[in-house]
Design a protein around this ligand. Structure first.
Ligand code: BES
Ligand code: MN
Ligand code: ZN
Length: 502
């Protein structure tokens, strides 16, 4: 899709469709200007006849409206004006776009971006959010369809986001730039998450990192193999990988957009390409969904790609612990004791708590090799997070409150929420072991918290945060698939962090 921004009134648009919003108070709005073209009579008869009542997400199409140069007008219900907040705006955009896709035009002028969104009268946000909503509607994963498959065809190829004044154009352009880059990152994360585990292996991820590095001048990539890991003493990550015939990789991407001496933000991702649970095997129902247990890794890819696409003046490092968790004659077992790269030993009580093991060594690798400004890890770590927060928010933990605050704010701005959870020392004793420095599980209670506490033992020296994304990275049900979260949050964090410094 081609995206443009323009200012100018609807009457003059020679396009397939002009899209305008209608609040349910029966008032057409456009920054307070009445829409001249939609002669009051016409609109009120539409409302009176019940073709549209302004309910959020309702649409109505008008053809050949007099004095207009466009072919059609698409009216979109925006709900109550007082309740037109960020989420309502996105819903209206999605409804408008779906209807546009169903119509035949090749282009449209999108006046919804002229509307006042409560608490967000900023056109960068509005355009970016509209663009991301559109891209989310367009997304499909058809890479694995058979030879006879034909994707549905759509004519729409160009969207113009309208802003009221010429002086708003700059902010809107920025929305397009940031939106396009973020959309590319989100698409990347969705594609990786949706790719099945027989294709998306640790080596596949390492190859995708290589490929991404080749396409961006400021990006490099390398991967450690199992020999390298043995040399470094990564006994925790290697323990998980034993049961799989797919060799593990520790993938490292570096995006150098900032000054040489600028401390990097390090993003660490859980990249378990399939999680069967290992010897502590999971029940069969919905086990297919465990192909997305590399959702953390996918979000690292997405955020780095977005940073590179918008040429962000910032140094960002991505570290991905890529492995597969399977049962096997050689697999690690309950009762085994592993020695992590940090030297701390871990008694395995459940081989299904594998993500924290892989991440522990990745965090130690970061501590030994970088001097980061901040480290944020992303992991589909616990089912308990799903129980606690559902799919509305990622669980947010960390040992530094400004960092937690910044991540939470970024999530709020991006509509990709994370919510703070406690990391109190009192929880740590749940990880006590009779035989090793710690156990890898902390019992039935507070499962999301004890997993975070486990990671914290490997991040004490870092300014660190952890996002448990088990609930947000994937949608179950009929429309199941990867969501691309939390790429929006991470990208917003990186953007905001760049502005803090300059
Ligand atoms: N990958 C899972 C967590 C998960 C579960 C993500 C459901 C998404 C949906 C993780 O490796 C896991 O199995 N965690 C265990 C931990 C337990 C053994 C302490 C869990 O949540 O059951
Ligand atoms: Mn598991
Ligand atoms: Zn897992």
């Amino acid at each position: 899709m081609e995206y443009l921004v323009k200012s100018g009134s609807p009457e003059k648009q020679r396009v397939g469709c002009v899209v305008v919003g209608v609040f349910d108070r029966r008032k057409l709005t456009q920054q307070g200007r009445a829409l001249d073209f939609a002669a009051d009579g016409l609109l009120s008869s539409i409302l009176r006849r019940g073709d549209l009542d302004g309910k959020l997400g309702d649409t109505a199409v008008l053809h050949n409206v007099e004095e207009l140069l466009c072919d059609r007008v698409l009216l979109v219900g925006c709900g109550k004006e007082r309740e037109f907040n960020e989420r309502a705006f996105e819903k209206a955009c999605a409804a408008a776009f779906r209807q546009l896709y169903a119509l035949g035009g090749i282009d449209a002028a999108f006046y919804l971006t002229e509307q006042n969104v409560r608490g967000r009268d900023d056109f960068t946000w509005q355009v970016k959010s509209a663009l991301l909503t559109v891209e989310d509607c367009i997304y499909r994963f058809d890479d694995c369809r058979g030879a006879g498959f034909e994707a549905p065809k759509h004519k729409l190829t160009r969207l113009v986001f309208q802003v009221p004044r010429r002086s708003d154009l700059r902010a809107a352009e920025r929305g397009v730039t940031e939106g396009r880059a973020t959309a590319a990152g989100i698409k990347r994360a969705k594609d990786l998450g949706n790719t099945p585990a027989n294709i998306c292996t640790p080596i596949y991820l390492a190859e995708r990192a290589e490929e991404l590095a080749r396409s961006h001048g400021k990006l490099t990539s390398k991967a450690l193999d199992e020999n390298d890991m043995t040399q470094l003493g990564m006994g925790a990550l290697l323990g998980v990988s034993r049961g799989s015939r797919q060799p593990a990789r520790l993938i490292i991407m570096e995006y150098n957009g900032g000054a040489k001496n600028q401390k990097p933000t390090v993003l660490v991702g859980k990249g378990v390409t399939f999680d069967s649970g290992g010897i502590s095997i999971k029940p069969g129902a919905a086990m297919d969904e465990m192909k997305y247990d590399m959702g953390g890794a996918a979000s690292v890819f997405g955020a780095i790609e977005a940073a590179a696409e918008m040429d962000l003046e910032q140094n960002v490092v991505g570290v991905i612990a890529a492995t597969e968790n399977l049962p096997d004659g050689d697999a690690y077992k309950p009762g085994d004791i592993l020695t992590s790269m940090s030297g701390q030993t871990i008694e395995i009580l459940n081989t299904d708590a594998e993500g924290r093991l892989a991440l522990a060594d990745a965090l130690t690798y970061v501590e030994h090799n970088y001097d980061p400004d901040a480290v944020v890890d992303m992991a589909t770590l616990t089912g308990a997070t799903l129980v606690a927060l559902g799919s509305q928010a990622a669980a947010l933990y960390g040992n530094n409150s400004p960092l937690r605050r910044a991540l939470r704010d970024a999530g709020e701005a991006a509509g990709d929420r994370a919510w703070p959870m406690p990391l109190w020392e009192e929880y740590q004793e749940q990880l006590d072991s009779n035989f090793a420095d710690m156990a890898n599980v902390g019992g039935k209670l507070a499962g999301s918290v004890t997993a975070a506490c486990f990671l914290h033992r490997f991040a004490r020296k870092l300014r660190w945060a952890h996002l448990d994304i088990a609930g947000v990275a994937w949608k179950s049900g009929k429309e199941k698939g990867a969501t691309g979260r939390p790429v929006g949050l991470l990208t917003q964090y990186l953007i905001d962090h760049t502005h803090d410094e300059t």
